[in-house]
Design a protein around this ligand. Structure first.
Ligand code: NAP
Length: 279
């Protein structure tokens, strides 16, 4: 199986390592706007060779889009206009806008929309790591629109890792990812800005930073190039959950102002319920 990976960064590169190691792919082609990233990917053996997009499509069984989600809105229609029996898939973090864009394309069935739910705060081919996706969950979206053979092959790709497969429609996907992923990034970006504004002495932050601060602020190291297009595409769902988050912060603030530490304690106890869902 030959797989082309368009956007050979953290996610594309990590999938490249796994799919080559487990034998699902025998040849990986890299396509990227950055020549430097392609050279790094070859040096790190993430890809066997690099090509331009048109040649890569001709040479491949599967073309995987792993660029930021705004670039996918140009790449996907371009690929579907030229695809024959190959399969196009993506790994993007938002789905509704992209899927609406190609809903009536005559080759829509060759496209399988996916979102592997794993990542780190780092980006680029240097950030690619093996085993990033092992035993994690991947979402397959609007699968009823896919040709049967295309869907089967992409399910097999994820099972080979192995990953658990969940299916969702594109609207639900974008709502749920706003809750479990997108809001935590805004919250972490805001926390980093809060501490940077209050604590001018960077050495002090470094000295005093404990496990708690480091883990809550970790996501603030994430790339704005990758995240800005996600917030643009999922604006309405993110605004909805952000309003709820601001309400919750305001509840804590108001109890502190009132010195109502009993209720403050109760709120924290209520928040502990998350342990039932996430160990
Ligand atoms: P990344 O490390 O920044 O990699 C993206 C790569 O795509 C970079 O090499 C970038 O080059 C390249 N690129 C940008 N525009 C391109 C274009 N038009 N054509 C070809 N290559 C292009 O980002 P990532 O974290 O792997 O994210 C990739 C995708 O996975 C995104 O859609 C994201 O939503 C999704 N995703 C991310 C995570 C996560 O936690 N990071 C998890 C699941 C899914 P430059 O660096 O030169 O721009």
């Amino acid at each position: 199986m030959t797989i082309s990976i368009v956007g050979i960064g953290l996610i594309g590169g990590s999938l490249a390592i796994t799919l080559k190691e487990n034998g699902f792919a025998h040849r990986i082609i890299g396509v990227d706007t950055s020549q430097e990233n392609l050279e790094k990917a070859i040096r790190r053996r993430l890809i066997d060779e690099s090509m331009r997009l048109e040649a890569a499509l001709e040479a491949s069984d599967i073309v995987m889009l792993s660029t930021p989600v705004d670039a996918m809105k140009e790449l996907l229609p371009w690929l579907l206009d030229r695809v024959d029996q190959q399969i196009i898939m993506d790994v993007g973090s938002t789905k509704e806008q992209l899927l609406k864009l190609v809903a009536r394309h005559p080759k829509r069935g060759r496209f399988v929309a996916t979102h592997p739910m794993a990542g780190t705060e780092y980006s680029g081919p240097e950030a690619a790591i093996p085993n990033l996706f092992d035993d994690k969950c991947t979402v397959l979206v609007d699968t009823e629109m896919c040709d049967t053979d295309a869907l089967e092959k992409i399910e097999n790709l994820y099972r080979s890792i192995p990953m658990r497969i969940v299916t969702l429609d594109s609207k639900s996907h974008d709502i749920h990812t706003a809750y479990v992923s997108h809001i935590s990034h805004i919250s972490s970006f805001a926390l980093a800005l809060t501490v940077l504004a209050k604590e001018k002495d960077e050495d002090r932050i470094f000295e005093l930073a404990s496990g708690g601060f480091s883990s809550t602020v970790r996501l603030a190291k994430s790339s704005p190039d990758m995240w800005a297009p996600i917030f643009r595409q999922n604006r309405d769902n993110v605004l909805d959950v952000l309003d709820e988050h601001i309400n919750q912060l305001a509840r804590f603030r108001s109890l502190l102002i009132k010195k109502d530490f009993e209720q403050f304690y109760e709120l924290m106890k209520e928040a502990n319920q998350i342990k039932k869902i996430i160990k």
